[in-house]
Design a protein around this ligand. Structure first.
Ligand code: UGY
Ligand code: MN
Length: 262
């Protein structure tokens, strides 16, 4: 009886000590919010900050998830020499400095800083804010210079993604060869899907903003939902469809672009 009882307790614990996160380093990863831990990163004060995608996973970039408490942020400036950075506000409001200029960003707002321009973050709103942060070593292109871009994705119109009426996209950065990456929001109406399984050299780090979907990564299917992070490495086959009737499945993601492979 006692052994049986212990087995039940162990079985119960094993059931609890399990989540949906999957790691295939270099290929793909799904990180669900349960199990994410706080990291301590120089320069960030009064924040919960978690490193998501990183070179340790096979990414050429680093993605972070941030909760910035009142008066918290990064007042020293983020972005080492040669690095580009981008912040996207998921929830709440943030004062964001791009070098000398300060912008008040609300949900959906973003700021891109090219190398040499530091990104300053300060939550002056009195309530916590949540944000998705990115950095990557910029790949220069002779004759071009990337520049600061600040925008509001909530005010941007949707456009059809690859001619599909039920898959919509917003692009953050201008079409300009100076940029070696871009950010997008991709939105799948209930039941909508990619038109084919993409297989490409570019990498993605994606944060799910709403809804639920099934994601094909390297020809295995995974359930994903709002709050999950997905890393897709170079050449990782990828496609998804939205699940549910009421809510769109949408994610914000990065994609390298406009450069040859060294
Ligand atoms: O832009 C893209 O490559 C995008 N459609 N990929 C993706 O959603 N997995
Ligand atoms: Mn893709």
């Amino acid at each position: 009886m006692i052994v049986g009882y212990q087995n039940n307790v162990l079985g119960y614990r094993a059931g609890l000590l399990q989540n949906r996160s999957v790691i295939k380093a270099g290929r793909y990863a799904v990180l669900e919010p349960d199990g994410l831990v706080r990291n301590v990163i120089p320069g960030f004060e009064n924040c919960d900050i978690t490193i998501l995608g990183s070179p340790k996973l096979g990414a050429s970039f680093v993605d972070y998830l941030l909760t910035i408490y009142p008066e918290g942020g990064n007042l020293q400036g983020f972005g080492a020499p040669g690095e580009e950075t981008l912040i996207y506000v998921i929830e709440g409001a943030l004062s964001v400095g791009t070098g000398e200029q300060v912008h008040d960003l609300a949900r959906g707002g973003f700021a891109y800083c090219p190398p040499g321009v530091k990104l300053f973050l300060h939550n002056r709103s009195g309530v916590p804010a949540r944000a998705f942060l990115y950095k990557r070593r910029y790949v220069p292109l002779e004759g071009t210079t990337p520049y600061i871009v600040v925008g509001d994705t909530e005010a941007m119109p949707w456009t059809e993604y690859e001619g599909m009426k039920d898959v919509l996209v917003k692009d953050f950065l201008p079409k300009d060869m100076a940029f070696d990456c871009n950010f997008h929001i991709l939105c799948f109406k209930p039941g909508a899907s990619h038109g084919y399984v993409e297989t490409h050299v570019q990498e993605h780090g994606a944060y799910c903003l709403s809804g639920q979907g099934m994601y094909n990564l390297d020809n295995q299917w995974f359930p994903v939902q709002k709050g999950d992070y997905i890393f897709m490495g170079a050449y990782c086959p990828q496609a998804c469809y939205a699940v549910g009737r009421d809510e769109d499945f949408a994610y914000v993601y990065s994609k390298d672009c406009n450069r040859d492979v060294a």
